[in-house]
Ligand binder design. Structure first.
Ligand SMILES: Nc1ncnc2c1ncn2[C@@H]1O[C@H](COP(=O)(O)OP(=O)(O)OP(=O)(O)O)[C@@H](O)[C@H]1O
Length: 677
């Protein structure tokens, strides 16, 4: 029976999806996906010549092939290469393995040789059946960074065909390419398939000219796109917001209970200079948790408001404190949060539209919904809001009728080294608060298995008895069977029972803004001693009297997030402790994260380790999210190439704009459009 059916839509296979997830979509992406290391399948080692501990490729006949059940079920295969024999052992195997490895078959196997209880052996070698004269590989075999769902063999094929298809012709005029560097196609062919006996050290430490070519190309693309973005920005106009003598910002300084640190003063000065100009500021303000970013933002807002322009703050709770400083000085504030409804909402909108509100505090909804600003001069945005270029454009659209762009100050509490920041946020200037306010005592971090809960509760009792306050952080609000995470409500209940007579609060994301505010104010006033919360307290919460933080299921959190959370304590002069409770067994990365947390409280160091611990997959994930992270070059190491790229970029952009565009597109792909926008 034949029936005409529409051809079924071709579903993407799991490896295809995995490729996409790694960002390996275009041929050029595949061509630029470089091996982590190489395997040498170009030669055979005679067993008599091989030493234990050496990675070898051997070839011979199978003389024995048995499944052995003790001490653990395994397939044992003896291979004889004419000079000696070796035992191949497999703890997991399929029927077709046994077929290839049957007695009498010729097999080529590769792996680390070691002396075992049963004689010399290779555990889990890679292997294939071969004929008498199956040729050896002619080049070294690449091993690529990959993910769990993407088999190496599939990836190898995909990269090889991407490399063959990719348009890798020279784009740059020959006179601009530094001498001694091979053409791009040659460099990539070499790096994917180095000839036998290539000195691998030069590939591994990236000193080989083929690697240098990639570094140079990438840095040039980065410099070009930054320059392009800068030039585009230079064409835009923003209101000049000069700081007035004896203005609002000086009144604010006068009422603060502390003096600014040197770093805060420097950063305020950088921002003040920027916004005094008619070019829009695009600046990232970064500083470790508790370094005092809020007051810097408040001073910037004060200058803008004084100049007669509205400031918008995209961060609901981070800036309660900021409002608390400015409102008493007579600043008119409008709150625009998602939960604001009906008349109150309409009124708030009107106050924004008429320009009556000088400071507008809100969530993302401020941009997404129908809000029209009368005169928006400065936007302060928390990095948590992932305020990408797309959102900036949206913001611009909301300013129809306003010929001028607002100045943008983005704030990040995940500090990254300046050089990295420069490449990560290609079109932002960076200000860094690299000094903590005086009088802080370092936070001591302890890692405990969840079985030690009672000891931890005892510690809470002691802290509370001394008049201190405590946070207890849980990862989820609802029991998830899959993850078996403890429910915040349940923990709250448990702690209430364990600590009778102590006021224990609960804070989670499902509560309304008003409910959250009520709980927070009880905690801030000191009346509530213990606050059980989900990660909603991650940013902006500032209660200097809190001296103990317990993080439950700490193994489920990312490193930066743990650092953010931990930063809620140690904000005053009292010595603080952070307890990380984990439920084992821990994965390697889980272990590495908790270890890093226990070893350092320096946010820059944490950020560095975070990048180190996350695999290449996540690195690429970060790239895909639109943040151009350098993959080949290292801004600290490759200073020479950076200087050359800096020197060439303006010439290239002026004299060969098409070449510049093509070069950016090749290297940054969709990100090139992202930067042009
Ligand atoms: N120069 C200073 N001297 C003393 N205390 C300061 C100073 N600057 C800020 N503080 C105080 O330090 C605490 C942390 O400041 P702030 O909340 O601005 O940090 P932050 O950088 O926003 O941190 P986070 O990202 O962790 O929220 C606050 O209690 C603040 O009042």
């Amino acid at each position: 029976m034949s029936e005409v059916r529409a051809a079924p839509k071709k579903e993407k296979s799991a490896p295809q999806k995995a490729l996409e997830k790694l960002g390996l979509v275009r041929d050029i992406d595949l061509a630029l996906h470089l091996p982590l290391r190489y395997e040498d399948e170009t030669r055979l080692t005679r067993l008599t010549d091989a030493r234990d501990g050496e990675v070898v490729q051997v070839e011979g006949l199978v003389t024995r092939s048995d499944i052995v059940l003790r001490p653990r079920r395994q397939l044992q295969v003896t291979l004889d290469d004419g000079s000696d024999t070796v035992l191949l052992r497999f703890f997991s195997f399929y029927p077709n393995h046994q077929k290839t490895l049957a007695v009498g078959q010729r097999v080529r196997a590769r792996g680390e040789l070691r002396g075992g209880f049963l004689g010399r052996e290779i555990v889990h070698p890679s292997f294939k059946g071969v004929g008498e004269d199956t040729p050896l590989a002619t080049t070294l075999t690449p091993v690529y960074p990959t993910s769990a769902t993407l088999p190496q063999a599939y990836l190898r094929k995909a990269v090889a065909s991407g490399l063959a298809r990719a348009d890798l012709g020279e784009i740059l005029p020959a006179e601009l390419v530094p001498k001694g560097l091979p053409p791009l196609r040659e460099a990539l062919n070499f790096l994917h398939h180095p000839p036998p006996r290539t000195l691998l050290a030069a590939l591994e430490d990236h000193s080989h000219p083929a690697w240098q070519r990639l570094k140079f190309e990438e840095l040039l693309a980065q410099q070009l796109s930054q320059l392009q973005a800068q030039r585009e920005r230079a064409r835009l106009r923003a209101p000049a917001l000069p700081a007035r003598r004896e203005g609002l910002h000086e009144r604010l300084l006068a009422v603060l209970p502390f003096a600014l640190t040197g770093a805060q003063r420097r950063v305020v000065e950088e921002i003040a200079q920027d916004i005094a100009r008619e070019q829009p500021m695009h600046r990232l303000l970064q500083g470790d948790v508790g370094s005092g970013k809020t007051v810097v933002a408040a001073l910037a807002a004060a200058i803008a408001i004084d100049a007669g322009w509205t400031t918008e703050i995209l961060a609901e709770q981070h800036f309660r404190k900021l409002v608390g400083w400015l409102e008493p000085l007579g600043v008119r504030v409008a709150w625009l949060t998602g939960s604001l409804k009906g008349k109150a909402r309409r009124e708030a909108m009107e106050r924004v539209a008429s320009g009556e509100a000088q400071l507008v505090v809100g969530t993302h909804a401020v941009i997404q919904e129908q809000v029209e600003f009368a005169k928006l001069g400065l936007a302060l945005i928390d990095e948590q809001h992932r305020f990408g270029v797309a959102q900036r454009l949206e913001l611009r659209r909301k300013l129809q009728g306003q010929a001028l762009e607002p100045h943008l100050l983005m704030m990040s509490a995940t500090p990254i080294p300046r050089t990295l920041a420069m490449s990560y946020y290609a079109d932002l200037d960076v200000s860094t608060i690299d000094e903590l306010p005086p009088g802080r005592s370092p936070i001591v971090t302890k890692v405990f298995a969840d079985g030690k809960r009672d000891t931890v509760i005892e510690k809470i009792r002691t802290e509370v008895a001394q008049g201190r306050q405590v946070y207890w952080v849980c990862p989820l609000i609802e029991e998830s069977e899959a993850l078996d995470l403890r429910n915040a409500t349940e923990t709250h209940q448990q702690l209430c029972e364990a600590l009778p007579g102590t006021m224990v609060g609960l804070l989670h994301g499902r509560m309304s803004v008003a409910e959250k505010a009520a709980v927070m104010s009880l905690f801030a006033s000191g009346e509530m001693k213990l606050l059980v919360a989900t990660t909603v307290i991650e940013v902006g919460v500032d209660v200097p009297n809190a001296s103990l933080m317990v993080i439950e299921h700490a193994e489920r959190f990312g490193l930066s997030q743990l650092h953010q959370l931990r930063g809620r304590v140690g904000r005053g002069a009292v010595a603080s402790v952070c307890v990380l409770l984990y439920t084992g067994p821990l994965s390697d990365t889980g272990k590495a994260r908790l270890k890093a947390m226990a070893e350092t409280t320096d946010g820059f160091e944490i950020a560095r380790r975070d990048l180190e611990i996350r695999g290449p997959g996540e690195f690429m994930g970060a790239r895909q999210s639109g943040a151009p992270l350098l993959r080949f070059a290292d801004l600290a190491e490759d200073v020479e190439w950076l200087q050359i790229a800096r020197r060439i970029a303006p010439t290239l952009l002026d004299r060969h704009p098409d070449v510049a565009r093509a070069h950016i597109a090749r290297w940054l792909g969709t990100k090139a459009e992202y930067l042009k926008a």
